[in-house]
Design a protein around this ligand. Structure first.
Ligand code: GUN
Length: 289
């Protein structure tokens, strides 16, 4: 069997088209959606991600405010900036790029973002809503994966989904989103014993390890006809690589995402969608439970 490639660029473009149309509608009502990005420090990868997010915003007509702060910026200063952005009615979404330098407490920082402007869906309030099946602003990578499954009409109801990741950004929110769709979900992580035995029973494997030197999802780790969603990104022999050995996986899977061109573009597109949702919420257009 040779599986079908899940084309993240194609699906991301359809999300972006819908977002562009929604931005145009909001502008007709006098609302100009605006995303504020906050980057602390000078990590080149993070700086490049933030620049890409800003470029994406301008492509669909979303305004941006760019805050680049020195790596020794204090917790107090960062929380003060977040307070100002929370109170700034021209800002609809706030994205604090992660990871943060070690002097900054990530949880405390994220907790200061207004849940109404939390376009990453990571505040405790929005995580609580997500666990209750009521969130409007959901973390971008997990909601992007759900959008991919939806686009390819992959119904996870009753299927066994194995997630290899337990982070707040990916594994935990995905667990709730998949449960909501009636999947049977198993969360695996670095301490899981005999990971292969879990993966081989899975109808869907979602892998987000991101360290190809230490972990590869190989063809012998999946069952025939499985669906593989690859969130991992790392450098392998100078090239961007996912967790999965895509060439081997696609020969056995029914569907698989490549890296690049799979989940990555979806994460970026869902941030745009969330910013429009936040702009709608701020004007009382969207319902906020
Ligand atoms: N760093 C890596 N992925 C993300 C993300 O989705 N949001 C934020 N804020 N930081 C990240």
């Amino acid at each position: 069997m040779t599986g079908q490639k899940i084309d993240g660029v194609l699906v991301a473009n359809s999300v972006k088209d819908r977002t562009r149309a929604a931005v145009a509608e909001l502008k007709k009502e006098g609302i100009e959606p605006c995303l504020a990005t906050v980057l602390v420090g000078d990590d080149p990868a993070s700086a490049s991600y933030v620049s890409s997010k800003q470029r994406d915003c301008s492509e669909v007509g979303i305004a941006t405010k760019d805050h680049r702060l020195p790596k020794d910026f204090s917790q107090k200063e960062l929380e003060a900036l977040i307070g100002l952005l929370n109170d700034d009615s021209s800002v609809h979404g706030i994205l604090v790029q992660l990871p943060l330098p070690e002097q900054i407490d990530e949880f405390s920082t994220i907790s200061k973002i207004s849940p109404l402007k939390d376009v990453d869906g990571l505040t405790p309030y929005n995580m609580g809503l997500l666990a209750s099946g009521r969130a409007l602003l959901k973390p971008c990578t997990p909601s992007g994966i759900m959008e991919l499954l939806d686009f390819y009409k992959i119904d996870v109801s009753g299927k066994h989904v194995v997630i290899i990741n337990r982070s707040n950004l990916v594994g935990k929110p995905l667990y709730y989103l998949l449960l909501e769709k009636n999947a049977t979900v198993t969360t695996c992580h670095s301490k899981t014993r005999d990971l292969g035995s879990f993966c081989r029973t899975a109808d869907v494997v979602i892998t987000a390890v991101g360290n190809r030197a230490k972990f590869t999802l190989s063809g012998d780790m999946i069952k025939e006809g499985a669906i593989v969603i690859d969130v991992g990104t790392s450098r392998l022999e100078g090239r961007l690589a996912g967790d999965a050995d895509y060439e081997a996986i696609i020969k056995k899977a029914s569907y698989a995402t490549p890296v690049p061109g799979g989940v990555g573009p979806m994460t970026r597109a869902m941030l745009l969608k969330n910013t429009v949702t936040a702009a709608s919420i701020s004007k009382g257009i969207g319902k906020y439970s």
